[in-house]
Design a protein around this ligand. Structure first.
Ligand code: OSB
Ligand code: MG
Length: 391
């Protein structure tokens, strides 16, 4: 393989010679537990990926959870896939463009979050090499993105506690409220939110807690004029979702079921959803995100950016991808203070009073990673260098 180092100056032709990849595992306790229909998360076990390429550095974040409850990946399966399969396929290679990186592991099936952690770090390195914001490198053009917030099931299971939380986020300017539901925490919750806050932009996320047998029950949600209901049925289903969508006025948005353009095409052709939540980890990287974006835009399907309780690194990747024109709905890209007392980036991501985040203008992710804090929180670090590399 070719191994010449790349030119580094802005605007010059650049290429990505992958010199070194570092995996840094950090423990990040959440401000408070986050509960969905599949379980409660109290802390994130985060793997940061730092790539050295052509003289620039790029950062990515693994969005897999500690347990295989949202999807089949876990932090530990992703570490194995990264170390034994993905990193060896890119180390010491030169890519003309970050869109080519995923070609290196075309034969590796699934493990989308492991792939995305490494691929997104390469995009950041590329944008820094070119001296442009990641948002521009990805083809985005917004300078602000509107944001919503995802609210878990309260530990107390009291609707008043949920209403108080919603009130706080509305006061902070958030443009859309998403509430997690499960059987026993759904119709009454929607009714009370409408009673308390009127016609706010509201949606529900079930994380696959229902089956088609619940269709009559789910139909009762139609009276609340929801923006959408996210992933009501099985994580691997599109057929039952199509049957359910035919019976609901509320648009279905798929999250867990969509890993590729082909998944989206099949789901849309079947009528399984009308909106898609895009998570760069769930689909394997920014190149896949661009492909899914272009396809959905050509079909007129609204997109928004989902979240996985990311630290600042993943959060900034999400802000950057939301600048693509097909992202027409507020995402789950809340500010750093939604989950963290102290984020690992400087400055943290902040939401302005109008419910938008300003897109960074500096190169790459546009905020610095706080290496001192990462150092303090690091539980494990592993470095992989290209043979004969200078890293
Ligand atoms: O389904 O969108 C989801 C968090 C973890 C796993 C799955 C989901 C979520 C969220 C939170 O809804 C999104 C966020 O604020 O990062
Ligand atoms: Mg979801």
């Amino acid at each position: 393989m070719s191994t010449q180092p790349a030119a580094g100056a802005a605007g010059r032709s650049a290429s990505l010679y992958i010199e070194q990849v570092e995996l840094i595992r950090v423990a990040m306790p959440l401000k408070k537990p986050f509960t969905t229909s599949f379980g409660t998360t109290t802390a994130r076990d985060v793997v940061l990926v730092r790539v050295q390429a052509g003289g620039a550095e790029g950062w990515g974040e693994l969005t897999a959870m500690a347990e295989p409850l949202y999807n089949e990946e876990t932090v530990e399966t992703a570490l194995i896939i990264l170390e034994r399969h993905l990193i060896p396929l890119v180390l010491g290679r030169t890519f003309g463009h970050p869109r080519e990186v995923s070609g290196a592991w075309r034969a590796v099936r699934r493990h989308y979050m492991a792939k995305a952690a490494l691929e997104t770090a390469c995009w950041d390195a590329w944008a820094r090499l070119k001296g442009i914001p990641l948002a521009r490198a990805l083809g985005g053009d917004k300078d602000r993105v509107p944001v919503g917030v995802s609210i878990g099931i309260p530990q107390s299971r009291r609707i008043e506690d949920l209403l108080r939380e919603i009130e706080g986020f509305l006061a902070a300017g958030y443009r859309r409220i998403k509430v997690k539901i499960e059987p026993g925490w759904d119709v009454e919750v929607a009714r009370e939110i409408r009673r308390a806050f009127g016609d706010i932009p509201l949606m529900l996320d079930a994380n696959s807690a229902y089956t088609l047998e619940d269709a009559d029950h789910l139909q009762r949600l139609d009276e609340f004029g929801l923006m959408m209901i996210e992933q009501p049925l099985a994580h691997d289903d599109i057929v039952d979702h199509a049957r359910l969508q035919a019976r609901l006025q509320t648009p279905i948005c798929l999250d867990e079921s969509i890993h590729s353009v082909d998944d989206a095409r099949r789901a849309l052709d079947l009528g399984a959803c009308r909106i898609i939540n895009v998570k760069v980890g769930r689909i394997g990287g920014h190149a896949a995100m661009q492909d899914l974006h272009d396809f959905c835009r050509s079909r007129g399907v609204p997109l928004w950016c989902g979240g996985m309780l990311e630290t600042g690194v993943g959060r900034l990747h999400n802000v950057a991808l939301t600048t693509l024109p097909g992202f027409t709905l507020p995402g789950d890209t809340a500010g750093s203070d939604r989950y963290w007392h102290e984020d690992i980036i400087e400055p943290p991501v902040s939401v302005d009073g109008d419910g938008t985040i300003r897109v960074p203008e500096g190169p790459g992710l546009g905020h610095a990673v706080r290496e001192d804090l990462v150092e303090r929180l690091a539980r494990e670090r592993r470095i992989f260098r290209a043979e004969g590399g200078t890293g």
